[in-house]
Design a protein around this ligand. Structure first.
Ligand code: DAH
Length: 346
């Protein structure tokens, strides 16, 4: 029996030399330890042995099994190495540089935002923030916008269900909660939380019930500005905006303030821009933001004494600026996540 086991192990060892593939390894395994394998046959014969012989042969059998298992483990390692080498093709040279991984880049809207903020930062404006889910009071009432103003219409504003109503700061009874329609609400929050004088710029996402087309998106971005101090004048407003426009569009860019109306500024203006380096829009007056001097009523509603404090404010659309700077003709490009579009701004 001992002889027989030794010759099975010897044969297996010789047999294994020829094994190179996984299929050959499986066949080899079946020949030795499969249901009809050579070693399995010996194990089956164990029952026919006498009580005295059984433990002795059993020990020898275990020894043979262990050797076969070692042989199989070595074969598996050999086969796997061969498979990896095969998958890699030519031998690898670890000293070569790794394959190029394309570096990501900032989204054109983020880049435009950073550029705009950088120019206002030079004038000492710091970044302020407010929530996208806002109360009706912060978005409209505190900005002197009456209840019957069209901007507050169900058709224009995305109101949230009653379940979202803020429990923490209900100012006037059951106050509605909405997705802010502009970043002007950050003006209110800043005036309520900071001591003047201060100058802030507030970039952020806004929402309106707009039908989406080349120039409208229900989800867009604004940059708001607010500068509160003693005796702020229209000359300050002009100076701030002129500086911003020259920083963003070049030293030859000019601005024009055209009288307009906003409930929260008095007087109010639309600011137009004209620049010689805007492609086919060069030399034309283009409307790019609303602005004005903060209405004394707003100062009062936000707890500032209008006899002491005054301010300038402005709000611009980030997408509009990015479209002008880069000559982009459709706002939807910004949100489509098409790498072919995004790569152009890398
Ligand atoms: N909030 C206005 C809008 O969304 C834009 C605006 C106009 C902001 C005048 C201002 C401002 O700060 O003074 O249309």
């Amino acid at each position: 029996m001992q002889q027989q086991l030794a010759s099975i192990v010897d044969a297996a060892r010789q047999d294994s030399v020829a094994v190179t593939t996984r299929a050959e390894m499986e066949a080899f395994k079946a020949r030795v330890v499969g249901p009809n394998g050579s070693l399995t046959q010996v194990m089956k014969g164990l029952g026919a042995l006498s009580k005295e012989e059984r433990p002795v042969v059993g020990r020898l059998l275990n020894e043979a099994k262990r050797e076969i298992e070692e042989l199989l483990a070595a074969l598996l390692a050999k086969v796997e190495d061969a498979e990896i080498a095969d998958a890699l093709g030519a031998p690898t040279d670890p000293s070569l540089p790794s394959p190029e991984v394309p570096a990501g880049s900032a989204h054109p809207l983020s880049r435009t935002r950073e550029r705009i903020l950088a120019s206002f930062r030079k004038l000492g404006l710091t970044v302020a923030e407010g929530p996208e889910v806002e109360t009706e009071w912060h978005c409209f009432d505190a900005l002197n916008t009456p209840a019957d103003h069209p901007a507050r219409d169900m058709q224009d504003t995305l109101y949230l269900p009653a379940a979202f109503r803020s429990a923490d700061a209900p100012r006037k009874g059951a106050e509605s909660v909405l997705l802010r329609t502009h970043t002007s609400s950050v003006q209110v929050r800043t005036m309520l939380s900071r001591k003047p004088p201060f100058r802030i710029v507030a970039p952020g996402r806004c929402f309106r019930r707009d039908a989406v087309d080349a120039t409208h998106s229900a989800n867009f971005h604004q940059v708001e500005g607010l500068w509160i101090d003693r005796q702020v004048t229209l000359a300050d407003l002009r100076g701030v905006l002129d500086f911003f426009v020259k920083e963003t569009f070049g030293p030859d860019a000019e601005i024009r303030l055209r009288p307009s109306f906003f409930p929260f500024t008095e007087p109010s203006f639309e600011m137009d821009l004209r620049s010689p380096n805007l492609g086919r829009l060069s030399g034309r007056w283009l409307e790019i933001m609303g602005c004005g001097l903060v209405d004394p009523k707003v100062l009062e509603l936000c707890g500032l004494d209008p006899k002491v404090w005054s301010g300038l404010a402005f709000g611009l659309g980030l997408e509009r600026i990015a479209m002008l700077v880069h000559g982009i003709d459709d706002i939807r490009h910004f949100y489509a996540n098409d790498a072919r579009f995004l790569r152009q701004f890398a």
